[in-house]
Design a protein around this ligand. Structure first.
Ligand code: UD1
Length: 391
């Protein structure tokens, strides 16, 4: 039995990893190749019930086999703590493969430990697979961009969600054989759980569906570049004023953002918004699906709104997910009040409705990943395989 260790750490990882665990179970049931044993490691980067536990329930993720309990800290401290805690787990489990997803600090920290772990099976380090590989915003001031670039340099199997990722990896010198355009596992989760999300009581709970559905907008903000400086945060809020006069703006507040609101004394400026606690996966999906407009600085939400055909305004100057712009559902607004206001006006005129889904956003991305992973593991065990599998 081959052992595959799957790492999750922060909120956006959970919906990307859950389908892979299910696909491994399906691979074993259907006897599609040597059986795989999935071992789930949670670094603890996100630890609150609302940021983590709730997602395990909604996504029906199994309990982690290992919880590293790392929690917050500076980037250096958090990354170092994850590495320190992950190393003995890797040494004890001796997996044949390590799967990391997305672009958070947990992704890079665990990929780096695995890349240097030569004490594993036959003295070889595990195969490293990166899910959501190749995305590039071109903005190296984003911590996630650093995590993406470095993780992709370490990984052997590069699982890509959109064509731009393939081009980026080739430009960075990665071999074509390592790159696999498989689609989007986050959309696997969305497709699987959408019917349940539509039964969520969240709209009624927020008073958005008494009789008929009320028009409302949904807002998320958590990027350090947007919320860690008072002037930038204040400017973004000013850009939302006109929208707030037209419809309620529901704002589930991320812990980082909550901290900054208190620190900067922005509570009065936010009175125009409907601030609520962070939501679970199903409630958020339901709110996103029915929103007239989504305003966000999240990466994943740009993709989810593209799939759902909900107009999205991204409060950033760049995106690592250009397919969301090409499809027309997403527009970059920058962070000045004027451009946010203008982009919101533009997007409110757009008709919603489903757009054609990008290639591989079909609910079967994880199945393709597991098939390629299985093949990679089998070819690695051949006597002549040498270290070639680590391209
Ligand atoms: C992280 C990811 C980001 C992702 C986001 C989703 C990195 C570099 N950033 O950013 O890509 O989009 O998660 O949420 O990995 N906190 C809590 N409770 C929690 C989690 C965090 O209170 O459950 C607090 C932390 O203590 C810290 C702040 O929120 O003060 C930020 O957490 P952190 O994990 O450093 O990064 P995020 O901003 O959440």
């Amino acid at each position: 039995m081959t052992k595959v260790l799957i790492v999750v750490g922060a909120r956006p990882n959970f919906m990307k990893a859950a389908p892979i665990i299910s696909a491994i179970a399906a691979h074993n049931r259907a006897d599609r190749g040597p059986a795989m044993h999935a071992v789930l490691v949670h670094t603890g980067q996100h630890y609150d019930a609302v940021m983590s536990d709730r997602f395990f329930e909604d996504l029906e993720l199994p309990r982690p086999d290992h919880h590293l309990g790392v929690q917050g800290g500076s980037h250096a401290a958090q990354t170092a703590d994850i590495m320190r805690e992950f190393e003995p787990v890797l040494a004890a489990e001796r997996p044949q493969a390590v799967v990391v997803v997305g672009d958070v600090n947990s992704t890079l920290a665990c990929a780096l430990v695995a890349a240097k772990a030569f004490g594993g099976q036959n003295g070889r380090r595990p195969l490293i697979a990166h899910v959501e590989s190749g995305l590039r915003s071109g903005d190296k001031s984003m911590p996630e961009e650093i995590n993406r670039i470095l993780t992709d340099q370490l990984a052997d199997l590069l699982f890509v969600t959109e064509p731009s990722g393939v081009e980026n990896l080739l430009r960075e010198g990665r071999s074509r054989a390592a790159i696999h355009l498989v689609g989007n596992t986050m959309i696997d989760s969305l497709r699987r759980l959408r019917p349940r999300a539509l039964t969520s009581p969240i709209l009624a709970r927020l008073g958005l569906s008494d009789g008929a559905l009320k028009r409302y907008a949904l807002l998320t903000l958590h990027r350090p570049a947007n919320v860690d400086q008072r002037e930038v945060f204040g400017e973004i809020i000013a850009g939302l004023k006109e929208l707030a006069h037209q419809m309620p703006i529901v704002f589930p507040v991320h812990p980082r953002t909550r901290g900054r609101i208190a620190e900067f004394g922005l509570e009065r400026d936010l009175a125009q918004l409907r601030t609520i606690e962070p939501l679970g996966y199903l409630d958020f999906l339901c709110l996103m699906e029915h929103a007239a407009l989504v305003v966000t600085d999240s990466g994943g939400i740009q993709e989810e709104t593209t799939y759902l055909g909900v107009p999205c305004v991204t409060v950033r100057t760049s995106t690592e997910r250009p397919i969301t712009i090409d499809r027309g559902s997403n527009v970059l607004a920058g962070t000045s009040a004027g451009s946010i206001r203008a982009t919101i006006r533009l997007q409110l005129k757009r008709q919603g409705g489903e757009t054609e889904a990008p290639e591989g956003w079909d609910g079967r991305a994880a199945e393709r990943i597991v098939a390629i992973l299985s093949e990679g593991l089998v070819s690695r065990t051949r006597p002549d395989a040498g270290r070639a599998a680590c391209s």
